[in-house]
Design a protein around this ligand. Structure first.
Ligand code: HPA
Length: 277
């Protein structure tokens, strides 16, 4: 099925099942699932029923969309994202993101688990993503026609939403770091030499997702905000060797306040005038 048809079918199904789109869409990464527990009036649908949504092979990531409400804010949560390392395709989330946008979602809130490159951000820290580095230099927009593909990435992470998130963290007296997220293709973890290089480039955290989705969302005309949960120090900076199980375990250990902050953030968006139609 051509992608455009898959998107049209998906939007039709989303609309038919959930009605009008919420303003806010969330991609739930490892460690952030707790926020979903705070949703009310939740209804879910497996990606298998949405032809533009690809399911994922990664442990710790389900494959369903959950639509509900946190406080006064309606929200659609994607539980599970595909990663470029699964099949080499960095546009695996194109169908899902374009479906959300075409349904009517205006803001994409991205969450992920990441390795920290800064001693001041130990495992368990939360980081607001202020910018990113596309280290593999791969783009999900390769092959897109027309001039819309030349997306301005000068303020990819929305300045107004960044200010809003900072204010909320301050209000809750929550330590919220800020920094640049670097996308590494994976699935292998980095070498210590790579981590030193990434830090010298100006990266503060490293992970295997998020950047392709930000590019897709900006191309689609959505506003983007991103949050990283540090699950480990980057290779060579900590004492332990890195495993997926250990990062998941740390993600779960920190998940309750990460999820709580995400839920508070989503609820607070109901007060943001610029998100209203
Ligand atoms: N590197 C890459 N991705 C990650 C890491 C890491 O150290 N931790 C969690 N996701």
């Amino acid at each position: 099925m051509p992608l455009a048809t898959a998107i049209a079918n998906s939007v039709h199904t989303l609309q038919g099942s959930f009605g009008a789109a919420p303003e806010v869409g969330v991609i739930l990464g490892s460690g952030w699932a707790e926020a979903a527990a705070q949703m009310r009036e939740v209804r879910t649908m497996p990606y298998a029923q949405l032809p533009a949504f690809r399911s994922t092979s990664v442990e710790g990531h389900a494959g369903e969309i959950a639509v509900g409400r946190i406080g006064a804010q309606r929200v659609a949560m994607l539980r599970g994202r595909t990663h470029t390392y699964e099949d080499g395709d960095c546009a695996g989330m194109a169908g899902a993101i374009r479906s959300l946008k075409s349904w009517g979602v205006r803001l994409l809130l991205q969450t992920n688990a990441a390795g920290s490159l800064r001693a001041s951000m130990p495992p368990g820290s939360l980081m607001l993503i202020t910018d990113h580095i596309n280290a593999p230099q791969r783009s999900p927009l390769v092959g897109e026609p027309g001039n819309a593909r030349f997306v301005d990435m000068g303020a990819a992470y929305d300045p107004e939403l960044l200010a809003h998130a900072r204010q909320l963290a301050q209000f809750h007296r929550l330590a919220l770091a800020e920094g640049t997220y670097l996308w590494a293709l994976g699935p292998q973890f980095e070498t210590p030499a790579e981590i030193r290089m990434f830090a010298a480039w100006g990266a503060d955290a490293v992970g295997m997702s998020t950047v392709p989705e930000t590019i897709l969302a900006r191309h689609a005309g959505m506003r983007v905000l991103g949050l990283s949960l540090m699950t480990n120090m980057g290779a060579g900076l900590g004492f332990e060797s890195l495993t997926h199980a250990a990062t998941l375990q740390q993600a779960q250990a920190s998940g309750s306040y990460a999820g709580q902050f995400l839920a508070d953030l989503i609820a607070s968006l109901a007060d943001l005038p610029s998100l209203r139609p």
